[in-house]
Design a protein around this ligand. Structure first.
Ligand SMILES: Nc1ncnc2c1ncn2[C@@H]1O[C@H](COP(=O)(O)OP(=O)(O)OP(=O)(O)O)[C@@H](O)[C@H]1O
Ligand SMILES: [Zn+2]
Length: 692
């Protein structure tokens, strides 16, 4: 019998192993039949069975170092293969490999974490059944779309894009309401006509339904699927499979979709490319925008990054001529951008009504909209009723017992909630320290603002949209629909309402208290604030008829700040020029490249000691000679979360390859170093961190 068994082949498999196992590359297994690279398999790992992907053999692969002719005895066999699934494309493997290397994570971790979780649970028979059901997926259907006549700017942008090479990157700098989506759709049409698939990325899951509707209307005969975290596991698998099998022509999704398996990818659009949500904040902390650029080159797909306020990184690439820049400064239909006015809070009487949250000028502006039957949008980037409760007698404050942060007062359910660890308690009747009954909210969040607006504008229909009001599935859609239907006069919300929505009746946008970001220790805070306010301004006057009456009102204590001067002129270019000049002077990104090493321990000392030891290891590797700077370890802005102390250390290099070389040598040492520091709970590296 045994003579008849064909000799087992050795396959390299990227396995789903936890990050702390320090396993960076693929492992070798045996298989009694050849398995093509990209096959999803189940393999033994220690005492468990885990999912894996058969990895293409590459130069320097550990496979090459297997001694002797036959496989060594200790190799274990692949347990099962999902043979009914077409193998993942070679380019997909390359993308994953790149991401794992660049973001310093294990190959298997990245490979498996970007596959639909449901896929890992199925055996081949179950999978075959799912695949059969896939045939039911069909285009939405509907009447043939009526295409609007392109504006001259749209025409020009599309001509520029048509002339660009495959794999090239274009930055579409288009004002809010300039019709970027129309440009995307024409590009998608071109890609589909060429027989290829299109991938369209959006930053926020709450923007996908709106976008899906617009694409379904434009492409009634094409199968469109979405990929984001709001799908059920079954839906996500179905959509992923449709993309993988080439059945879906268009994939719309959030950052995770950049890893979708697309056998004939021709176009990647990254809408609102500047948005921080493209950067993952857990696991492999990848930037979907940056991976999109890499993927475009890899697969010869055109990449279009669109924004009214591009990131400094992308703008800089355009300045250097690496990205093709296309501009659409005008609004469709001759609409103008709202006039920006500032309310100097230094001149608002302290005893003004409503606790000075709402200046008389703002209330008057809101009142005018009410009288004219127009809508207003009031922005405050802080949810809850008040960020802290305080005892007026003894000074007690509603701190979180587990974090170095205040607990936020939520009036709706009368709770104190920690936004860091989630610890929630009912609001105490009296001060827990001195028993005084007079405990007061200090400061304000959206809940309180909503209440204050209701007081200031009797009879107005005030609605609030933030992470608290939209927790239940479908509530955001309902809320947005009522805004679109004109059932709301004043919409209060966090940044959630500032982005992307095509509100037609809004003529006033107000920022209640945006100043804090002007003085943040994070050098990107100004860039983020400018983008947010430009986006918010872009929600007003989208209907050309009302555009002339549209305005944005900013309440500020610093009305002469240069950021606000650029905002007044809707002048992104000036803002970008001065910001880039400052960054260059200070040798900060995009003129330097950073990584952030984070450590968590029982105490700050443990966390910082480990970072110091890590710094020592980096110096021993010649960091200084390579021009790489290691800054001293510091506690994180919120140092303690859920009773864990957190510290970080910034690593900076004038060049990307210099940083990458150091990180690659450093990582194995960090895994080893962990064992010597007992109280260390976790550590992680964030390459190209966005928040510092
Ligand atoms: N060529 C056109 N003719 C007529 N209407 C158009 C044209 N192009 C776009 N529109 C309409 O103009 C409005 C604004 O377009 P769109 O939402 O694409 O702008 P945008 O550039 O994506 O703005 P934002 O950055 O604010 O999301 C939409 O209602 C869209 O249908
Ligand atoms: Zn907490």
């Amino acid at each position: 019998m045994s003579e008849l068994t064909p000799p087992a082949t050795v396959v390299s498999v990227a396995v789903d192993a936890p990050q702390h196992s320090a396993l960076r590359s693929a492992l070798s297994y045996t298989s009694d039949r050849p398995l093509p690279a990209g096959t999803v398999v189940h393999v033994p790992l220690g005492k468990r069975t885990v999912c894996g992907v058969v990895w293409p053999a590459a130069a320097g692969d550990p496979l090459g170092s297997v001694p002797g002719d036959g496989p060594p005895l200790e190799l274990r066999p692949v347990e099962a293969a999902l043979s009914s699934l077409a193998p993942l494309p070679h380019e997909w493997c390359k993308l994953v490999q790149f991401a794992a290397n660049y973001y310093q994570r294990s190959l298997g971790e990245v490979a498996l974490s970007v596959l639909p979780p449901e896929l890992r649970k199925l055996n081949d028979t179950q999978l075959a059944q799912r695949l059969k059901k896939l045939q039911k997926l069909a285009p939405a259907g509907g009447p043939a779309p009526v295409l609007p006549e392109l504006t001259p700017e749209q025409t020009q942008a599309l001509e520029g894009l048509a002339a660009a090479d495959a794999g090239s990157v274009a930055l579409l700098h288009g004002s809010t309401g300039s019709g970027k989506t129309e440009v995307y759709q024409r590009l998608v049409a071109r890609s589909l006509d060429a027989g290829r698939q299109a991938l369209v990325l959006v930053p926020e899951i709450n923007l996908t339904p709106q976008l899906e509707a617009r694409f379904a209307e434009r492409f009634p005969d094409r199968l469109i699927v979405s990929l984001h975290s709001g799908l059920t596991p079954a839906q996500r698998l179905r959509h992923w499979l449709a993309a993988h099998l080439g059945q879906a022509d268009i994939v719309l999704g959030t950052r995770m979709a950049v890893f979708a398996s697309l056998p004939r990818l021709g176009l990647i659009v990254v809408d609102e490319e500047h948005d921080p949500s493209y950067k993952s904040q857990e696991g492999a902390r990848y930037s979907a925008r940056d991976l999109a650029v890499y993927r475009g080159k890899l697969e010869g797909a055109q990449v279009v990054l669109g924004s009214a306020t591009p990131s400094m990184e992308s703008w800089q690439q355009a300045e250097r001529g690496r990205y093709l820049r296309l501009s659409m400064p005008a609004r469709v239909g001759g609409g103008v951008l709202p006039q920006v006015r500032f309310v100097d809070m230094n001149h608002v009487p302290k005893d003004a009504a409503y606790n000075a949250a709402l200046s008389p000028a703002l209330v008057a502006a809101l009142q005018r909209r009410l009288e004219r039957g127009e809508q207003s949008l009031v922005l405050l980037n802080r949810r809850g009723y008040s960020p802290v409760l305080q005892c007026l007698e003894c000074g007690w404050k509603s701190g979180c017992p587990h974090c170095s942060a205040w607990r936020v007062f939520h009036r709706v359910d009368r709770t104190l909630r920690c936004h860091h660890c989630g610890y929630t308690e009912r609001v105490p009747r009296a001060c827990p320290d001195c028993g005084n009954a007079d405990i007061q909210p200090v400061g304000r969040g959206t809940e309180r603002l909503e209440e204050q607006l209701e007081h200031a504008l009797p009879g107005a229909r005030v609605a609030r949209i933030d992470a608290d009001t939209t927790r239940l599935k479908g509530t955001l859609e309902t809320q947005l629909a009522s805004v679109h239907a004109g059932e709301v006069d004043v919409l209060v919300g966090t940044q959630m309402v500032a982005k992307g929505h095509d509100f037609r009746r809004v003529t006033l946008v107000a920022a209640v208290n945006p100043d804090a970001a002007l003085f943040s220790s994070d050098f990107r805070a100004g860039e983020r604030l400018f983008a947010l306010l430009m986006q918010a301004a872009g929600r007003a006057g989208r209907d050309a008829e009302q555009a002339a009456r549209s305005e944005m009102l900013v309440q500020t204590w610093h009305p002469t700040h240069p950021l606000y001067a650029a905002l007044r002129g809707h002048d992104y270019t000036a803002f970008a020029a001065s910001t880039l000049a400052e960054r260059e002077m200070a040798a900060m990104p995009p003129f330097a490249h950073q990584a952030l090493l984070r450590a968590e321990g029982r105490t700050q000392e443990i966390a910082q000691d480990w970072l110091a030891a890590a710094a020592g290891a980096a110096e021993a590797l010649g960091a200084a000679d390579a021009g790489v700077t290691l800054y001293p370890p510091v506690p994180m802005a919120v140092a303690r979360v859920a009773n864990v102390e957190r510290a970080q250390m910034l690593v900076e290099s004038p060049t990307r390859p210099g940083l990458q070389r150091l990180l690659a040598q450093w990582m194995p040492q960090l895994h080893a170093l962990r064992a010597e520091h007992k109280g260390l709970l976790r550590w992680a590296i964030d390459v190209d961190p966005l928040a510092i």
